[in-house]
Structures are given as C-alpha cells and as structure tokens.
Design a protein around this ligand. Structure first.
Ligand code: M6R
Length: 284
C-alpha cells in the first residue's frame, strides 16, 4: 500500500514478490478496503517516504483496528506511521528535500528487490562495490540532452512500455507531470490499439521504453505509431545497463528523473518546488 511514487514502488514490489508468495496485491492506500477478517498470515506492507501521509495513516489505523500486521518501508525513523507499524525497514536514503521523490523511490525499489532476493536465498548478499561501479558507469553514459531538446516545448506526451517497464513509465509520467507541468499519458503497449491510437498524429510524441532482452518487443507498437506519422522517442538506448534483471527498474527510472529535472531547468521552473504541492500530504 502506498500513494503516488510510493505506490509505484509497491507495483514493482508486487511484480517481484509474486514468485515468493501465493498471493501479493498492491493497492493505493486511499482505495484499500480493510475487510472484517484479516487472515492471520497476511502482512500489509505500507511504503511511505515520510511516514506522515494521511491516506497511509488512515489505512494503517484501519488495519490495526482489525488486528492486522504492518511492515512499514520508510525513510523517516520516528514518524506517525512508525508508531502504528509492527515492523519497519528504513530505506536510509538520507533526507530528501525536493517535493518529487527520486532517490527515495530508488531506495524503496531497492528494498523490494532485496526482500525478494532474501526470500529466495536467505544467504543472499549483494556485492555493493560492483553494484556502485556499474551504476556509476551507467550514469556516466547517460546523455539526456537530445531528449530534453526534443521535448522542451511540448505540453503533452504519451509513454509506452510493457511488463515492468510499464511501471517505470507510470513513475516517469508522474515525475514529468509533477515538475514539468506536461500532460503525460502512460500506456501499456498492447492497449494503445484499444482506443488511444486515435491521439496519434504528426503532432504527437511518444516515448517508448524496453529494458527486456527481447529488443523487438515493442516493434509492433512503434510501427503502429510511425505509420500514423507520430514521432517516437525510444529511450531504451539510454537504459543499456550492466546489471542483473531484478535491479533494472532502479537503473531505468534514472534517465526519466534526469529528463524531468532538465526539462524543468530549461523551462525556468524550480524542479524542487513544483506549484500546488507539498512534500508530504497530510490531508485526506
Ligand atoms: O511520503 P510518502 O511516500 O507517503 O508520499 C507519498 C506521495 O505523496 C509521494 O510519493 C508523491 O507522489 C511524490 N512526492 C511524487 O514525486
């Protein structure tokens, strides 16, 4: 359970933990039904960077009132949520001042990957030096400037991907809406032809992302768009990473975080303080 960016990390968690548990479901904290009987062997994982989000606190109170168990994944040690939770994992991403969650999202996703790995193999240990080396190498290879230039005057954007990339694009879309004020529409690739294709014309721009090993995975959708003269920006080349599959969602969101940051700068917007928003949402 979570809200906004934290919810997107839950979706990644759900995707990974399917292989560890018989039943895993993610839900927006604001849209979760707590039933009278929470099964004894059910655990509620709530993800909240701040531990102060009203929708999360409300759902946590409901879960506790039904004797449910809560594991909190958070970046704040002594929050309101910490007091409600039975267990807590600290993401230790240091303080995040910007309204947009970026490093805390990566830390939340990292936490889910780690839980997934540990549940498969209790002795799992990550070689952190190699991980950091690969991450640094990856970061130094990202040149986001051409994409920033391409999009700097646009006010709407479609983002298309499949499987776990679709979740990354949900988060990417939120970042671009949140700090660049661009209307973004994340789409599951197979769904484009079920209605949204009518938006594609010579003025439309669509970002596609494919981090899978099957490089032809999005060929159909790219053809669907280009044959209608839509412009396709393939971000997949920016996500050429030397890391095992489970860790890819951490690496693949970074070009989009950089993209939203640089578009904001190019438009003279303050990327840390988008209008109408606060770091933590303490009202329902
Ligand atoms: O503090 P939380 O993680 O509970 O906050 C939840 C959302 O409000 C938050 O993730 C929001 O969506 C981000 N600031 C967006 O970048």
């Amino acid at each position: 359970l979570g809200c906004g960016t934290a919810y997107h990390s839950c979706l990644i968690g759900e995707n990974l933990l399917q292989s560890n548990f018989n039943e895993v479901n993610s839900s927006l904290a604001s849209n979760y039904e707590v039933y009278d009987k929470i099964k004894k062997n059910h655990l509620h994982i709530i993800v909240s960077q701040s531990g102060e989000t009203a929708d999360c606190i409300k759902v946590a109170e409901k879960i506790k009132s039904h004797s449910g168990k809560i594991l909190l994944i958070t970046n704040q040690e002594n929050s309101t949520m910490s007091k409600l939770a039975d267990y807590q994992i600290l993401t230790k991403a240091k303080k995040e001042l910007a309204v947009a969650s970026t490093k805390t999202y990566c830390a939340q996703v990292f936490t889910f990957i780690y839980i997934h790995k540990i549940l498969h193999n209790r002795n799992y240990e990550i070689d952190i030096d190699t991980f950091v080396k690969n991450l640094n190498q990856y970061l130094s290879g990202i040149n986001i400037c051409p994409v920033v230039e391409e999009l700097s005057n646009d006010d709407k954007l479609i983002l298309v991907g499949k499987d776990i990339d679709y979740i990354t694009l949900l988060e990417a879309s939120l970042k671009i809406r949140e700090i660049d004020y661009i209307y973004t529409l994340p789409m599951y690739s197979g769904e484009l032809k079920h209605g949204t294709l009518s938006l594609i014309d010579e003025n439309s721009k669509t970002i596609v992302l494919n981090t899978s090993n099957d490089k032809n995975k999005l060929n159909n959708v790219i053809n669907e768009i280009t044959s209608r003269k839509g412009r396709v920006i393939d971000m997949s080349y920016l996500t050429n990473m030397n890391v095992e599959t489970d860790f890819r969602p951490i690496f693949s969101i970074i070009p989009f975080q950089l993209l939203s940051y640089h578009i904001a700068i190019s438009r003279g917007l303050n990327p840390d303080m988008p209008r109408n928003l606060a770091k933590s949402v303490t009202v329902e």
